[in-house]
Design a binder for this molecule. Structure first.
Ligand code: HEM
Length: 922
């Protein structure tokens, strides 16, 4: 109730503060008055009463006028139609309306986050029963420690954390990010560490739909599903293949001999997002999770579809792939609570073979084996080893390049010839790029630290050793190992910051998300430190409550005030000797942190990658010199390309080129035909797009409609619901064709309205949802319930403005992107000089050694810091300065004119008119 009042108050302020004087009294203002009189909806107390991103008609009208009110009947969220949530054309004359639109959107998003925290946390590791029942006086969602997060007796650090007694990490184990990720939460040492289990965001009973675990699931899918049904390679060929206007010019992604620039592979392009952004997210996923061991799965093989006469579509029946690792497939335990029976975990579980923390583990390693591949500079072991490449003479090249894997290094034979690093799998020019850039950045920080130390050796570095907390560690005292670990903390936090406020704000290119992401990082009220500090103190107290509502809902809402970064780090009297200070800022919302399987699903972003890179050189950036197939840079060949052509030219090439839209029929050709040498199959080839579907099925991800219902989004009633009725006639015709193909592949059935198909939601009249999805009983309905989730979110053409992803993917991010900050003490209460050094904290806050600001406003925001990746590139590839001076967000195509307010037009900026990429509008 109190949370309800909180959001209610926010809404009333929004409506009242929005009063338009005199003649502006319109329907929209009447809507605002209605909103006040009827109040706002309470936070749902049961799953089937969720918000669904849909507001009352009066609220929609208040925040977006007739346009918003008129689009409430579609399945998609309402906030996308509010004032000022799109480009300049969505702004109203009255600033107050724009204010209501943007802030109304933020309120809707916060509703979603609060409900997601409440209804979508399902831990697989043994804590779920406590989550449901609570422990002692503490409600489940307010629990803070779990026995399943203790180190087991055979763990090398078992004794160090307290063995069989109370486990609490201390001393060397809490100084920085540990290799395997243990002791991030000092009272839950195992949490997020290498080899722990993936969680779920959906009820366990609804996972593994093809196993038909419950009557509801059987009703939903009618026995139509299995691992290979519908055939994944058929889906890939019909629904994923990029259509080509000239297949010879593309050659299945292999382009033309000599990398001739008249090669061409058509792909649907996102005008406001570049190829650097595509590889960035692959670079991130390599930090967060992996299901594979050293780049392979089990030794057992399975066929991967293309059955019957499907080969006529171009797929390969002889392809085969390794089966996925399974951690536990035994029948899960059951328990009852308040008369309802629950599964204690999903029917099968899987291990995250990486650390789940945002800790740069792709660069620094995540276990002893991967750490062997990480080379430190023998002359200064605080630095990473970077070596000169003969012939590379640009300014940044003096910083060097990563050394290569040696035969003595532990590795998958497929990786021979690549640069040495923690996570080397699926290496291409994109991975080579980021690993080299951030290795240089690591050394930039170390070098600056050394410079400061040389100038002021006696000065306090800020660093402390928890084993000897009173000892002041001067700059001169800092050891190479200590500096290496501090640099790792700094680089990891920089990466998290780039992702949160530079990558995501370009991925979701509109004002509400700009504000939302910046508030996640540094608070809605950045700059007003008095208010921020006071709110931070309140938030911390709330986080400690034993009541679920207080601990979680208020916490989530109020944390958007001061921001998540540094939560709990400014407490008066903060002490490294007090575990409650060191750990006090984290909040796991009652469920130990790890990524859910559903998160992996929405990161299967292979369509982002183009087949051919438009290669440029920085002396003449407007000219495309070559078209280099990404597949030619696969594995060790990336390294040769990097050394021959240099970081600066690759940065420019990938910075200027648009990435692929996440849409149907837009997967790279080369990934459908990827050659993988280790495979013991007749073809040694793989359709990675088809494998994406198979892996999700192996891991029991619910299909699209139930996935949406579980996450609190509205279901669709048939494939035609994917057609965006506000699009042009041409777009609608194209989407109608795709809907027909979906129907052809997934089929239809005669529906039976007596069959209830979900417990996650009820229909708009409050009745159970049945097999007919609102169609007449006995009619033929689309098998939309069977749609693979990846196919579904790729088919979503109705999206909020500037969204490179769909709303289904986005809802998964709202929950998990916040959680991976909230759960990590190095982003909250341990974001302190005692761990990062004073220089390190400043470096993260200022995006480098000193703060820098853009000369011009950015989408109306003045005094904008120069964005963090741009700063990293300026330091690590300084020869790019003339190009980067024109760039605001490193993930926006570098030669694009960004316009005034969230324009997504594909138009050259001054000086780039002759850039060949602008010759054709698409
Ligand atoms: C361009 C080069 C890329 C190649 C060659 C590649 C290749 C692959 C392969 C072979 C797999 C299957 C692993 C398995 O389950 O056996 C895979 C999985 C995956 N890929 Fe990619 N990929 C590329 C780019 C990307 C990009 C840009 C993303 C964006 C996020 C991405 C995200 C993923 C994810 C999330 C998985 C599932 C990983 C897991 O199950 O742990 N990949 N990729």
């Amino acid at each position: 109730m109190r949370v309800y009042r909180g959001l209610f108050a926010a809404s009333v302020v929004l409506a009242v503060g929005a009063c338009e004087r005199t003649r502006g009294l319109t329907t929209s203002l009447i809507g605002c008055a209605d909103e006040i009189s009827t109040g706002v909806r309470p936070i749902a107390t049961s799953r089937d009463r969720r918000f669904l991103g849909k507001v009352q008609a009066s609220t929609a009208r208040c925040r977006g006028g007739d346009k918003a009110a008129g689009r409430r009947d579609v399945s998609w969220v309402d906030w996308a139609n509010y004032y000022a949530t799109g480009d300049g054309s969505t702004k109203a004359f009255w600033p107050t309306r724009n204010w209501r639109g943007v802030n109304g959107a933020l309120i809707d998003l916060e509703y979603e986050r609060v409900e997601l925290i409440r209804f979508n946390l399902f831990d697989n590791s043994g804590s779920f029963e406590d989550y449901v029942k609570g422990r002692g006086d503490v409600e489940g969602p307010a629990l803070k420690t779990w026995t399943s997060m203790r180190l087991p007796p055979d763990h090398p650090s078992y004794s160090a954390v307290g063995g069989g007694g109370e486990q609490i990490c201390q001393g060397a184990l809490i100084r920085g990010r540990t290799l395997t990720g243990i002791c991030n939460d000092i009272r839950n040492p195992l949490m997020g560490s290498t080899g722990t289990l993936f969680a779920r965001n959906v009820e366990f009973e609804t996972t593994f739909p093809d196993a038909g675990l419950t009557e509801i699931t059987r009703n939903r899918h009618g026995g139509r599903l299995s691992l290979m049904t519908p055939d994944p390679q058929v889906i890939s060929r019909k629904l994923f293949t990029r259509l080509q206007s000239d297949s010879a010019a593309c050659a299945d992604g292999y382009g033309k001999p000599g990398y001739a620039k008249d090669a061409n592979c058509d792909y649907q392009k996102a005008p406001f997002f570049n190829v650097l952004a595509a590889f960035w997210i692959q670079f991130m996923t390599h930090d967060w999770f992996s299901h594979l061991e050293e780049g392979h799965n089990t030794a057992e093989y399975m066929k991967v579809g293309c059955a019957g006469d499907a080969a006529r579509l171009g797929c390969r029946p002889a392809d085969a792939m390794e089966k996925a690792y399974v951690a536990d497939a035994d029948a899960p335990a059951r328990f009852t609570h308040n008369g309802r029976e629950y599964l204690a975990r999903a029917p099968k579980t899987f291990r995250n073979t990486n650390t789940a923390w945002w800790d740069g583990s792709q660069l620094y390693g995540y276990d002893e084996r991967s750490r062997t591949r990480v080379k430190r500079d023998p002359r200064d072991p605080a630095r990473l080893q970077l070596v000169p490449v003969p012939g590379d003479t640009a300014e940044g090249d003096r910083q060097g390049y990563l050394p290569l894997l040696q035969p003595s290094d532990p590795m998958n034979p497929d990786w021979a010839g690549q640069e040495a690093t923690g996570f080397p799998d699926n290496w291409t020019i994109g991975m080579s790029f980021y690993h080299n850039v951030f290795a240089r950045e690591h050394n930039q920080f170390v070098d600056e630290f050394r410079r400061v130390a040389a100038k002021a050796p006696e000065q306090d570095s800020g660093l402390r050793d928890p084993s000897n907390p009173e000892r002041v560690i001067r700059y001169r005292d800092v050891t190479a190992d200590e500096l290496f670990e501090a640099a790792r903390l700094v680089v990891s936090a920089e990466i998290a910051k780039i992702h949160t406020i530079e990558w995501t704000t370009q991925l979701l290119y509109d004002e509400p998300l700009f504000r939302g992401m910046n508030s996640n990082w540094s608070g809605l009220i950045a700059g007003n430190n008095g208010v921020a500090d006071a709110l931070a103190a309140v938030v911390n107290r709330l986080g400690k409550s034993s009541r679920a509502k207080t601990a979680n809902q208020w916490y989530s809402i109020l944390a958007s005030g001061p921001g998540i970064i540094g939560l709990g780090s400014q407490k008066r009297g903060w002490s490294i000797s007090n575990p409650d200070d060191v750990n006090g800022g984290v909040n796991h919302f009652g469920s130990p942190f790890n990524f859910p399987e559903e998160f992996v699903t929405v990161y299967r972003l292979h369509p982002l990658v183009p087949d051919l890179i438009e290669y440029r050189e920085f002396g003449n950036p407007n000219a495309i010199r070559n078209k280099i197939p990404v597949v030619e840079t696969f594995r060790g060949r990336a390294t040769g390309f990097m050394h021959e052509r240099g970081l600066a030219n690759w940065a420019l090439s990938m910075g200027r080129q648009r990435l692929g839209l996440l849409a149907l029929q837009n997967h790279p050709r080369f990934l459908q035909n990827l050659k993988i040498n280790r495979l013991k199959s007749p073809t040694q080839q793989l359709d990675v797009a088809a494998l994406d579907l198979i892996r999700d099925r192996e891991r029991g991800v619910p299909r699209f409609n139930e996935f949406r219902r579980e996450y609190g989004l509205r279901q669709l009633a048939g494939f035609d619901d994917f057609i965006n009725r506000t699009g042009t006639a041409e777009e609608q015709a194209r989407q109608a064709k795709l809907a027909a193909t979906l129907r052809e592949v997934y089929g239809q059935h005669r529906c039976d309205s007596t069959k209830v198909i979900t417990l996650a939601q009820v229909d708009t009249s409050g009745n159970p949802i049945n097999d007919c999805l609102g169609h007449p009983n006995g009619s033929m309905v689309d098998n939309i319930e069977d749609l693979d989730t990846v196919v579904g979110w790729l088919a979503e053409s109705t999206r909020p403005h500037g969204f490179a992803i769909s709303e289904t993917q986005f809802v998964v991010f709202i929950l998990n992107a916040s959680r991976r900050l909230y759960s990590d003490r190095f982003f909250t209460s341990s974001f302190r000089p005692e761990f990062y050094t004073a220089l390190g904290v400043d470096w993260v806050n200022n995006n480098g050694p000193v703060a820098m600001y853009e000369a011009r406003p950015v989408n109306g925001h003045t005094h904008q810091p120069v964005s963090p990746l741009k700063r990293v590139l300026l330091r690590t590839i300084p020869e790019l300065k003339p190009e980067l001076d024109q760039v605001v967000d490193a993930f926006d195509p570098w030669a694009r004119d960004r316009g005034e307010y969230y324009s997504v037009a594909w138009k050259p900026r001054p000086g780039a008119e002759s850039d060949e990429a602008f010759a054709t509008p698409k």
